[in-house]
Design a protein around this ligand. Structure first.
Ligand SMILES: Nc1ncnc2c1ncn2[C@@H]1O[C@H](COP(=O)(O)OP(=O)(O)OP(=O)(O)O)[C@@H](O)[C@H]1O
Ligand SMILES: [Mg+2]
Length: 322
């Protein structure tokens, strides 16, 4: 585990920003840290990057305590905060050069390093543009380049996608993939993880400073989905096809949707993968003309809404003031 916390707690006066948080992020993961406003995401990230002290509990980055061994932690982690500071009189290259110098990288190495970083985030052509003259998306990318100045194995990115247009989001996603391929572990926070769903390997869902769910994406989806829904598109009669699978092993329900486009069957199924193959065999050998057979994938957004819903239900009984 490159990140681990044990009962990590942070209070601001009476506010419990983090409430005995136990996180574990494996090396090489892209860890999506999802939660609504005020959930404790930024607080967690600031503690992991040694910018804030915990009130209680412990946290380690690559085995180093963020409290006792903060200097070692700082070498291991690059942080992209949710706000870009004001650096009006600096050009893009000067900005990176400044931070690289702050990390103690010698001037002789910095020239090529700054070029490489600008190249990596697609800003080589903006090398001599003043930071204030960059668009928001470009500033975000410059900020991301900065987190890598000292080549840390862990990147902690606080809402890097907020305020980006759709194209910039796609580009960010590609960039994250590239970084992962370079061997980085990435922790990334968001309210809305739909756009990151396909690139995250793990997710943690946080609300009111507590971790509601955490693990690899597939396991979390599975644990929240008691059964699978398969969609079958057919050229042949829907009802005939439905009769072939209805009542079969693991089949909970079969709905025929003649008015959907294209017309389809929806099969609620609970059981192992072997049985899924059997479903398809039964359809095809029974004479159904199947053109498409696939399990519905619920996205992280659904997961998030389900899990936080439950937490809300638990904490706010009917009529209770929040
Ligand atoms: N400096 C501070 N002083 C007092 N309370 C704070 C401070 N920083 C955060 N908090 C409180 O701690 C809780 C967690 O805040 P945090 O910024 O970690 O949430 P977040 O998940 O990052 O939210 P957002 O999605 O809005 O960025 C909130 O209740 C917030 O009001
Ligand atoms: Mg925040």
């Amino acid at each position: 585990m490159i990140v681990e916390t044990r009962d990590l707690t942070r209070r601001y006066g009476k506010t419990m920003a983090l409430d005995h948080l136990n996180l574990a992020i494996p090396e090489g993961a892209i860890y999506g840290f999802i939660g609504p406003n005020g959930a404790g995401k930024t607080t967690t990230m600031r503690i992991l990057t040694t910018l804030l002290l915990p009130s209680d509990g412990q946290a380690w980055v690559a085995g180093h305590s963020v409290v006792r061994d903060y200097q070692a932690v700082r070498r291991m982690v690059g942080f992209m905060p949710d706000f870009f500071g004001v650096y009006d009189s600096m050009k893009a290259w000067e900005y990176l050069d400044f931070f690289a110098a702050a990390y103690g990288i010698p001037a002789s190495r910095r020239v090529s390093l700054v070029g490489e970083l600008l190249e990596l985030v697609g800003l080589a052509h903006k090398r001599d543009t003043y930071v204030m003259g960059l668009s928001r998306g470009m500033k975000q990318r410059l900020s991301l380049a900065r987190t890598m100045a000292h080549n840390p194995p862990l990147l902690v990115l606080d809402e890097p996608a907020s305020g980006l247009d759709p194209r910039a989001r796609v580009e960010l996603r590609e960039l994250l993939r590239e970084l992962r391929a370079m061997g980085k572990t990435i922790m990334i926070s968001s309210h809305i993880l739909t756009e990151l769903a396909e690139i995250c390997s793990h997710i943690g869902i946080i609300e009111h400073g507590q971790l509601l769910a955490s693990g690899d994406v597939a396991t979390i989806l599975k644990s929240l989905q008691p059964h699978h829904v398969f969609e079958v598109h057919l050229l042949s009669d829907l009802e005939e096809a439905a009769a072939l699978v209805r009542g079969g092993p693991g089949v909970l329900d079969v709905r025929s949707l003649p008015d959907s486009s294209p017309p389809m069957l929806q099969i609620d199924y609970q059981g192992g993968d072997q049985g899924v193959g059997d479903l398809l065999v039964r359809l095809v050998s029974g004479g159904a003309a199947v053109t498409h057979f696939a399990g519905q994938v619920s996205d992280l957004e659904d997961v998030f809404m389900k899990v936080t819903d439950r937490a809300g239900a638990r904490e706010a009984p009917a009529g209770a003031e929040k």
